[in-house]
Design a protein around this ligand. Structure first.
Ligand code: SF4
Length: 156
């Protein structure tokens, strides 16, 4: 089978004080179970309490981060357009721009290149295909999400 085009590596360097990928009204951040445990611990909260305070559930029941009612942008993006939980940010955020949907077609990738300056930056460094693949899997896992907590406590 032919390897994905990005397996040859892609130049990228996330730009300081950019935040364009987060500053998107209506953006949805899906969460993995690991994200929930990590971010709740960062806030010194039980996972259930953190889910109740900072998350909501989509129509199909998956937990996602809440957005601010004022502008529909992630509640964790601060006034300087920085992520206030950067060290423990959701893996889907850390995986950007290496999302399956971005890499799937030339058109989608062209659009991402137009919005993410890190992909055309002078200081971009070559990101190896294996590293990109890890992010692609992380994004896919997050997109599956979870609907109950604890996640093994599923209703029949
Ligand atoms: S849009 Fe690109 S360069 Fe800007 S913060 Fe997001 S990943 Fe980094």
């Amino acid at each position: 089978m032919k390897a994905a085009w990005w397996m040859a590596g892609v130049p990228f360097s996330c730009q300081p004080n950019c935040g364009r990928c987060c500053d998107e009204p209506g953006g949805i951040v899906y969460l993995s179970t690991n994200d929930a445990e990590r971010i709740a611990a960062h806030h010194e909260m039980e996972v259930e309490a953190w889910l109740e305070r900072d998350c909501r559930q989509t129509m199909d029941g998956r937990y996602v981060l809440q957005s601010r009612p004022s502008d529909d942008v992630c509640i964790y993006l601060d006034g300087e357009k920085r992520c206030s939980i950067y060290q423990v940010r959701p893996q889907q955020c850390a995986a950007f721009p290496w999302w399956s949907e971005n890499l799937a077609t030339e058109r989608a990738w062209k659009e991402v290149k137009e919005t993410c300056p890190g992909l055309t930056a002078e200081d971009a460094i070559m990101i190896e295909g294996e590293v990109i693949r890890i992010h692609v899997f992380a994004d896919r896992e997050s997109s599956k999400g979870f609907r109950t907590w604890p996640p093994w406590n599923r209703r029949k």
